[in-house]
Design a binder for this molecule. Structure first.
Ligand code: NAD
Length: 486
């Protein structure tokens, strides 16, 4: 139980039960519920509303109504409210983090950092300035080009970063003057429902709506004619279905989808330091990150040493319940993903590949999988070709830069990648040859609100973050004003 300060009154807010949706400025239950399971023991510990179709209609209608005035407000007014929303999140970071660990599985420190990072997106968009363009060539036309909001945004987010990836949508969409209906994943609805409750009185009714529900709700949302735009983060497979549905009435679309990111390690790196950084870049959040290293190409001169260091880390890093002291990595977030990752490991074993397992994991019904390294599998094996989205990493030997660039690019995905070398100029020249939206030199997993994030190839469609990301929630309007030629 925490205290919310509203005006002079202190109001109790309970983060541990009573999860309700935010629809038209009111908290709402529903007649049906979905179960929420703690991945650290596999047991149901809470339930969330299963939004009824009429409640979705009400959320969209309320958001359309709210858009009429919100879309016309001064951007500074909207940005000030976003800033307040960021402050509210920071003030309740500890309570939200505890809930986050229970529903998502990530250990507490990482859970708390998700809340703080999420708040930084709200703050960043409370500062951003929109470009205004004037075209005046002295030829009798004076043209003002401005950017106007689209209307009501349908936002759908996944379970791996349930807060951040939702705020990546909420912050730019609201700053731009849209209203929004957001649906978190059915596996992790609770934090965003509580964040909706926390922000209820900051935004005018209908501006921010947060609904939850089972597998039917996403398709109902994307087909709903009241939305002007869909912003979706999830798998490439689902993204294609969303795009098909959006085509029916030409809704605007941003898709952030899967990745199979390659990291290339040259022989001149500091081995111990790099091994630890690469390990965390591959396995943080139990490797459930779209931009995690998922194929690790190691130069043959250092392959064996790097492999030994990574095996050493895999055998010492503690995997367990995220609420326990000393736990670095938590469980896989849900049963479905657990089964998928296990199937990929079983396939690697059945194919005769060398599979190396790290430290033992708890056997208590939680969705735990040991860190698993696969020693130099063929490029065509499933463990190299598919996005694991779980703690299994193929180590791949290479000898030549042109060859490794071709192998890294031989993927339908193009989200991010990394190059590790003490020769930064060489690393940058390799980075510029990778067919991905983001490339890191001697680092990984860095993403910022002021920098565009775009998936190349089947990793996405459109852009999130930065001014470019915000402009995806707007459309240019050109006003032609006649003027005597000079
Ligand atoms: P998912 O595609 O199964 O689900 C994502 C969301 O879509 C959930 O909220 C789900 O309820 C909803 N959904 C499911 N079917 C739908 C449909 N037919 N229409 C509309 N919505 C539907 O993905 P997931 O398993 O939750 O997340 C993991 C995937 O997300 C991975 O592939 C990962 O790489 C990707 N991801 C990408 C990024 C990025 O920024 N590119 C970030 C995080 C995760």
């Amino acid at each position: 139980m925490a205290w919310l300060i509203k005006g002079r009154e202190a109001v109790r807010m309970d983060f541990d039960s009573n999860y309700r949706m935010l629809i038209g400025g009111q908290l709402a239950d529903s007649s049906e519920v979905i179960d929420v399971v703690n991945p650290a023991d596999g047991l149901r510990f809470a339930s969330a509303p299963d939004c009824a179709p009429e409640q979705l209609d009400a959320a969209v209608a309320g958001a359309q109504q709210a858009f009429k005035s919100w879309g016309k407000t001064d951007i500074k007014y909207r940005q000030n409210l976003l800033k307040k929303a960021g402050e509210a999140l920071i003030a309740h970071a500890d309570e939200i983090a505890r809930l986050f660990t229970r529903e998502q599985g990530r250990p507490l420190a990482g859970a708390r950092s998700e809340v703080i990072t999420g708040a930084s997106w709200l703050t960043a968009y409370s500062d951003i300035e929109l470009p205004e363009q004037v075209i005046d060539k002295g030829d009798g036309q004076y043209i003002q080009v401005r950017h106007v909001p689209l209307g009501v945004v349908c936002a759908i987010s996944p379970w791996n970063f349930p807060i951040n990836l939702s705020l990546w949508k909420i912050a730019p969409a609201l700053a731009a003057g849209n209203t929004i209906v957001l649906k978190p994943s059915p596996f992790t609805p609770l934090c965003m429902l509580k964040i909706g409750e926390l922000l209820k009185d900051i935004f005018p009714p209908g501006v921010l709506n947060i609904i939850s529900g089972g597998d039917n709700l996403g398709p109902l949302m994307t087909a709903h004619p009241g939305f002007a735009k869909i912003s979706f983060t999830g798998s490439t497979e689902t993204g294609k279905r969303v795009m098909e549905t959006a085509a029916r009435d030409l809704k605007r679309l941003t898709l952030e989808l899967g990745g199979n990111d390659a990291a290339i390690v040259l022989p001149d790196v500091d081995l111990e330091k790099t091994a630890l950084q690469i390990f965390m870049g591959a396995f943080f959040n139990t490797a459930q990150i779209c931009i995690a290293t998922k194929r690790l190409y190691i130069h043959e001169a250092i392959y064996d040493e790097m492999k030994t260091l990574l095996i050493g880390l895999a055998r010492t890093i503690k995997i367990g319940d995220g609420t326990e002291q000393g736990t670095i990595l938590g469980p896989v977030q849900n049963r479905r993903q657990f089964d998928r990752v296990r199937a990929l490991i079983d396939d690697a074993k059945a194919s005769g590949l060398t599979v190396i397992e790290g430290a033992e994991v708890p056997k208590n019904g939680g969705f735990f999988i040991p860190i698993t390294l696969v020693d130099n599998p063929p490029d065509q094996s499933r463990v190299v070709q598919e996005e694991a989205f779980g703690p299994v990493l193929p180590l791949l030997r290479f000898s030549d830069i042109d060859e490794v660039v071709d192998r890294a690019n031989a993927s339908e995905y193009g989200l991010a990648g990394a190059v590790w070398s003490s020769d930064v100029d060489l690393a940058v020249s390799i980075a510029s040859r990778l067919e991905t939206g983001t490339v890191w030199i001697n680092q990984n997993l860095k993403v910022r609100p002021d920098t565009p994030f775009a998936g190349h190839k089947q990793s996405g469609f459109g852009i999130e973050n930065g001014l470019e990301g915000m402009l995806e929630y707007m459309i240019p309007q050109a006003i032609y004003i006649p003027k005597p030629a000079e």
